[in-house]
Design a protein. Structure first.
Length: 631
């Protein structure tokens, strides 16, 4: 009998997800109508104008076309694998207020590499009339597919009456204890004690385990080791993550260890190494593929004939039957040879995985994934290993009511609170000098995370203070509201941020920076501030030799990354003490833990310290500085 608690909770999840879907769809429609094309281009939601390259049929027998962005501006965009596209035309000399003319064709992004994008088109599309289109462009469409897959996953798990899916559902929502196997621990001398414990307990887990990895504690290292050991006992595992980038990263680590990885869905990090283990590339590389390509070409030529004799219909049927036979043979061989199938959570619904079942599912970035997305992959497995950190970035939920209702509470977080006995906290970090980590450890991890002895006192300069808060309270800096999508900008603070970096770089010395490749990250919560900082760095002659070592991005964009030096521009400066989404302290936990050796925070203390967290952080940094001066 299904657990009443589980069914009620899943019903609640579906209602909240419906609210989020409706809100996002309406917001998309409003923005499409209200936001001009040039603003969409600047925001990274459109490419215009584009040049049409070659069009061809890919290995999955889909019509694809190459598109090239022709603008010179380095604008970060939101195009990635699986996103739907709309095509439009607008003359280059049209006035800013002129409406675009949408074409009937739609498409889906296959992959993006710099200013080149490959788009999959519906079978009935024709590309010829695009070649000379005046002012052809593409913009992101509303992503119905992800929501459809999540709704379907919630419905499936709700309807499940028996089997592992029903069992895991009732276990995750109920009070019953997760089952474990019992055997002696295996020693992994290259791992620390908590990492070894986590790997052993992954192997012992019969139902579920959570690997909780705070910043710099080697979560990926532990997860790769756990996957490798699991493959000694199982023929194949499914590895998923919320983002394509996270899937790529773990897939690359496994490939480096000689594991045969089959990547379903195209990678974000488009290079030959990553592409070589995608399903499409492996399909094309199969010895039987040239024969299949010839048959498909013959089928298309016959279909293009205006008149067909009866014998032609019979020939077409024979060719289609032969093509299907070869496709199945290639497909089966690719999956039978692979030890790890890697995809995003929504990618686990890909038709090439139909009928596949796995004993073990590993979900990385589990604390950033909506619960419904996790169930898409869980229905294909018997046990689940979650890895992530619910004290870092949460899932993106745009509807405030859905957020308050609990849509942002992930399945991993739910299990952490309901079943603490299945959680393994990694407790030694290898990224930050001790003072930088200490604040995060005490505030977010009950002081349990310690710094590895070899990096405890690491620094760029001798006797340097690892954390500095540059207070702008007396500088009369002002924040400006740019718009819903871009948020806020504080130009004076941005200029001070770059001046601070220039002075610090001057203290280190150009030769040493370039020789030791001392890298730097500039972080701001707001896209407008990030874009302003990027423009200023491009214009600033001092930074020209160091541009390849400097990254400017939002907090979300820096998730999973680290740099020797980090500068955080908080932007907010107002008399009311309003700090917006900086109240989500998990974001600041991510920001401050990106720094290996030196962290600068630039912000208005009179605005920020009205919040108790920022007051504690400010006071902690002040004590560090006072202590250094005393010494």
């Amino acid at each position: 009998m299904p657990s009443t608690t589980a069914l009620l909770s899943l019903h609640q999840q579906r209602l909240l997800l419906q609210m989020e879907y409706e809100a996002e769809r309406q917001a998309f429609e409003r923005q499409s109508e209200a936001v001009g094309l040039r603003r969409k281009v600047k925001r990274g939601d459109a490419w215009w104008p584009v040049r049409v390259g070659r069009h061809y049929w890919n290995s999955l027998n889909q019509l694809t076309v190459e598109l090239f962005r022709t603008t010179d501006e380095e604008i970060e965009h939101s195009f990635e694998f699986g996103r739907p596209l709309l095509f439009f035309t607008l003359s280059a000399d049209a006035p800013p207020s002129a409406p675009v003319s949408y074409l009937k064709e739609t498409g889906v992004v296959s992959y993006v590499d710099g200013d080149r994008m490959v788009v999959v088109l519906p079978d009935n599309s024709t590309v010829a009339h695009w070649q000379d289109s005046d002012g052809l462009g593409v913009q992101l469409g509303f992503d119905e597919t992800s929501y459809r897959l999540m709704f379907d996953a919630l419905d499936r798990v709700t309807r499940a009456r028996d089997g592992r899916l029903a069992y895991l559902r009732d276990l995750f929502y109920g009070m019953a204890q997760a089952q474990t196997f019992h055997f002696s621990s295996i020693t992994f001398p290259w791992l620390n004690a908590t990492q070894q414990q986590a790997v052993n307990d992954v192997l012992r887990a019969k139902d579920v385990l959570v690997v909780h990895g705070p910043p710099g504690t080697g979560k990926t290292t532990t997860l790769v080791e756990a996957i490798s050991e699991t493959l000694r006992r199982e023929s194949q595992v499914l590895v998923c993550a919320q983002s394509n980038m996270a899937v790529d990263w773990i897939a690359e680590q496994l490939t480096d260890r000689g594991v045969n990885v089959l990547r379903v869905g195209n990678p974000t990090r488009v290079n030959d190494k990553m592409l070589s283990f995608t399903y499409e590339r492996r399909f094309e590389a199969h010895p039987d593929y040239p024969q299949l390509w010839s048959i498909r070409k013959a089928i298309r030529e016959i279909r293009g004939q205006k008149r067909r004799a009866e014998s032609t219909h019979q020939k077409l049927d024979r060719l289609k039957s032969r093509a299907t036979e070869i496709e199945l043979r290639i497909h089966t061989q690719l999956f039978d040879e692979a030890r790890v199938i890697a995809s995003t959570l929504t990618g686990a619904a890909n038709r090439v995985l139909e009928g596949r079942h796995f004993t073990t599912l590993f979900i990385d970035e589990a604390a950033q994934a909506l619960e419904a997305a996790c169930w898409i992959a869980i229905r294909r497995c018997s046990r689940v290993i979650f890895a992530g950190d619910h004290c870092q970035l949460p899932p993106t939920v745009k509807n405030i009511e859905a957020l308050r209702g609990g849509l942002g509470v992930t399945l991993m977080e739910r299990i952490v609170h309901r079943k603490p006995e299945v959680v393994r906290l990694l407790q030694v970090q290898y990224r930050m000098s001790e003072p930088i980590m200490r604040f995060s450890s005490d505030y977010f991890y009950e002081g349990k995370v310690q710094t590895a002895p070899e990096i405890r006192h690491r620094s760029v300069l001798d006797y340097d203070i690892p954390m500095t808060w540059i207070d702008t309270a007396d500088m009369d800096f002002q924040e400006e509201f740019i718009g819903e999508s871009f948020g806020r900008v504080n130009m004076s603070e941005a200029e001070l941020t770059l001046l601070t970096l220039q002075r610090y770089y001057s203290r280190i010395g150009k030769e040493r920076i370039l020789e030791e490749r001392i890298d730097c990250g500039i972080i701001s919560p707001y896209r407008a501030q990030v874009q302003y900082l990027r423009r200023q760095i491009r214009r600033h002659a001092f930074f020209k030799p160091f541009r390849h070592l400097i990254t400017v991005n939002t907090i979300d964009g820096f998730q999973g990354q680290e740099r020797d030096v980090i500068l955080i521009s908080l932007v907010r400066a107002n008399d009311e003490g309003q700090i917006g989404f900086l109240r989500d302290l998990r974001r600041m936990n991510v920001a401050i833990t990106r720094a290996r050796m030196k962290l600068f925070i630039l912000g208005d203390s009179s605005t920020m310290t009205r919040h108790p967290f920022y007051r504690k952080l400010y006071e902690y940094i002040q004590r560090l500085n006072d202590k250094q001066y005393e010494n």
